[in-house]
Design a protein around this ligand. Structure first.
Ligand code: GAR
Length: 290
């Protein structure tokens, strides 16, 4: 249950505890203030008192949770949460609104190509941007061939600037897919897209993840350790390398004569088979929660 909430809200354990505390304290403050106000108006307990109490706490509740959320550091979460409720109440639950997605990739781009193919004529999912940190990477041609705008990024602004949030906003990006993107994702970006960034890793996390563990290095380590199986992990992205909650894993056997190249081929087959489908499910879930 708590795990589900963490995923749904895209928060870590500490934030989840603080959010639950905000709900509890905000609710108590709201009930207390409602009762005090009714005492001020000198209304006898009875049907009218109950009716006015319900109306008062409904009006007071958002203000109370917002107030409590400030010292608990959850103000941003609650402004988003309340605005969602507000939209729902106003019938603006745009279940068919489109989601613009950015793919971050810096390699050959075979996963990016599969994902682009999967969502080509999708009714509400649009691959709107390809972000790349490597001039000349294969993925750039794939993007151009599919008429998808490309954003070439450089280290300084990504890690120590605004992480290119301005450009993402310009393209109305609502979800990010990492497909062979090797830089760590800075807190600015995970903070702006909580629970809305997914990555694929070519091994069975939590094994063979972390800094320096990418592509061929992962497969070489798996073979050197004489593992009997490897696989893929699709996971949410948080501020640590290969660390966020795992959404999906699939396995393949490692044979004695496998080389990093042959193992990479087996892994690519699994990636191409599952990544687009898992993304579609995650986005569908996100759409249902809007
Ligand atoms: C994929 O195998 C992906 O899992 C891996 O890079 C490859 C990119 O291939 N990602 C990582 O190692 C991230 N730690 P592609 O460019 O052909 O999609």
């Amino acid at each position: 249950m708590l795990e589900k909430l963490k995923q749904r809200w895209g928060v870590n354990e500490l934030n989840l505890i603080l959010i639950i505390c905000t709900f509890a304290l905000g609710g108590s403050l709201c009930g207390y203030t409602g009762r005090r106000l009714l005492v001020l108006f000198d209304i006898d307990k009875g049907f009218l008192w109950v009716l006015l109490y319900i109306i008062l706490i409904t009006i007071l509740w958002p203000f109370c949770v917002l107030l409590i959320s400030i010292p608990l550091g959850q103000f941003n979460f609650f402004t988003r949460y309340l605005s969602k409720i507000w939209k729902r109440m106003n019938g603006k639950n745009k279940n068919n609104a489109s989601i613009s997605v950015a793919i971050y990739a810096s390699g050959a781009g075979s996963n990016a190509a599969r994902i682009i193919e999967e969502f080509k004529d999708h009714p509400y999912i649009k691959i709107a941007l390809v972000v790349c940190n490597k001039p000349g990477a294969g993925v750039l041609k794939i993007a151009t061939d599919n008429n998808i705008p490309v954003l070439l990024i450089e280290k300084e602004r990504f890690f120590r600037g605004d992480a290119y949030l301005e450009e993402l906003k310009k393209h109305s990006i609502g979800f990010i897919i990492l497909a062979g993107f090797l830089w760590k994702i800075p807190a600015k970006l995970t903070g702006a897209y909580p629970g809305k960034i997914v990555n694929i890793h070519p091994a069975l996390l939590p094994n063979y993840g972390g800094k320096g563990m990418y592509g061929g290095f992962v497969h070489a380590a798996v073979i050197a350790n004489k593992e009997k199986e490897s696989g893929i992990s699709i996971h949410y992205v948080d501020e640590l390398y290969d660390h966020g909650n795992i959404i999906f894993q699939a396995k393949c056997p490692v044979s004695d004569d496998d080389t990093p190249d042959t193992l990479a081929q087996k892994i690519h087959v699994l990636e191409h088979q599952h990544y687009p489908k898992v993304i579609a499910l995650v986005l569908q879930q996100m759409q249902n929660q809007r």
